[in-house]
Design a protein around this ligand. Structure first.
Ligand code: BGC
Length: 370
């Protein structure tokens, strides 16, 4: 019933899209190459964003809706160039997931100047008033869920805890870490966990509410830059210098699936690490296989179909001259940006089937050992 309802809502959104889109291309634009909605995503090098591209394409297939998706390949300069390309094609709405939250300000300011409505997608664009809306998952809940999983599946006493974080240029990295820290900190303070790899975090172990600067100091020490190679190198360095009492049965806060797999590989190949529990996020296909194989403990599933639907729904409302519905706001260091937020789901071996296969996010044949 619920699934049908969602399907109908999506269908209506897509139909509205095509009507509005055809109206748009009839009434102006720049002729042949005209695009109504431009979408800019950070990089094709991470499966997470290729997932988003695919979900956008799925949602748009068979419609007359004119859209174009460009990737910034980890470069803010390329991102700005992408936005300019789309502005030249006459876009009315820009859906953008910034490579670097602060650096993207210049690109969206150029869009605003052209009268384009800017929707920040998944990652907030910071320190500018040129963002109209923000569609996002509940990122504090992502971190909190990861932390809670470590507590629920830990040894309960004096367990070594390795902390890792995302890129400091991504506002989400702060939200994930903050959400995790708020849950972990009391368990660090009471001796359930011993921090193994961050003197900065150790020094702040009695502080539950960290300031942005305090978080920066920890993230600076344990960042993966969202790069599996950086993550691997950091994990190797940490294990090389870890004392014997920081090995054995350990807990690892890994910020996302791409970094979790490479950190897990490093910990899994150290014979002094007898067992580990490790978090992740994104429900990447490769990590679901890792979970089934017992190499990654959990992931936080963020149903990209919902985020795509929300972003598209907002774009349609804007093109239709209406004000999109929002559920809250996020301060970006300059203004409160109206936001629509989506819940997340914890997935481990026990519920892969229900959450990812039965919900048709993935096909059973994509995996072995289900
Ligand atoms: C996203 C995550 C992603 C990470 C690295 C974050 O902003 O929310 O889903 O894993 O960036 O790309």
């Amino acid at each position: 019933m619920k699934k049908h309802f969602k399907g109908i809502v999506l269908l209506i959104a897509v139909m509205m899209f095509s009507i509005v889109a055809s109206a748009c291309s009839n009434t102006g634009g720049s002729g042949g190459g005209s695009v109504s909605v431009g979408i800019v995503l950070p990089t094709k090098d991470e499966p997470r964003w290729v997932q988003d591209e695919q979900r956008f394409k799925d949602a748009l297939s068979g419609t007359k809706y004119t859209t174009e998706i460009l990737f910034s390949q980890g470069s803010s300069a390329k991102e700005k160039e992408n936005v300019e390309t789309l502005l030249n094609k006459g876009i009315k709405v820009l859906i953008i997931c910034p490579q670097d939250g602060d650096a993207a300000a210049a690109a969206v300011e150029a869009a605003k100047k052209d009268g384009v409505t800017v929707i920040a997608y998944d990652r907030l664009i910071t320190s500018t008033d040129a963002v109209d809306y923000y569609v996002t998952f509940d990122s504090l809940a992502v971190g909190a869920a990861q932390a809670q999983y470590l507590i629920d599946n830990g040894t309960g006493k004096g367990q070594p805890l390795y902390l890792y974080a995302g890129a400091a240029t991504d506002n989400n990295a702060f939200l994930f870490f903050q959400g995790a820290w708020e849950v972990l900190q009391p368990k660090i303070a009471d001796g359930t966990f011993m921090i193994a790899n961050s003197p900065e975090a150790e020094a702040l172990k009695d502080t539950k509410d960290l300031s942005r600067d305090q978080m920066s100091s920890i993230i600076g020490q344990v960042t993966t830059n969202w790069d599996p190679n950086d993550a691997k190198n950091k994990a190797q360095t940490h294990l090389t210098s870890a004392a014997a009492d920081m090995k054995g049965d350990v807990a690892i806060l890994a910020p996302n699936d791409g970094t979790a797999r490479s950190i897990a590989d490093v910990f899994g190949s150290d014979s002094a690490v007898t067992n580990y529990v490790i978090t992740g996020q994104d429900a990447e296909q490769a990590s679901i296989q890792y979970i089934l194989d017992g190499k990654q403990s959990m992931t936080v599933f963020k149903d990209v179909r919902t985020l795509v639907k929300d972003a598209m729904g907002m774009a349609v409302e804007v093109l239709d001259g209406k004000s999109p519905e929002t559920t809250g706001s996020y301060n970006n260091g300059n203004v409160d940006v109206k936001a629509k937020q989506t819940d997340v789901i914890v997935v481990d071996k026990a519920n892969v089937q229900k959450e990812l296969i039965d919900s048709e996010y993935y096909k059973a044949e994509d995996f072995t050992g289900l």
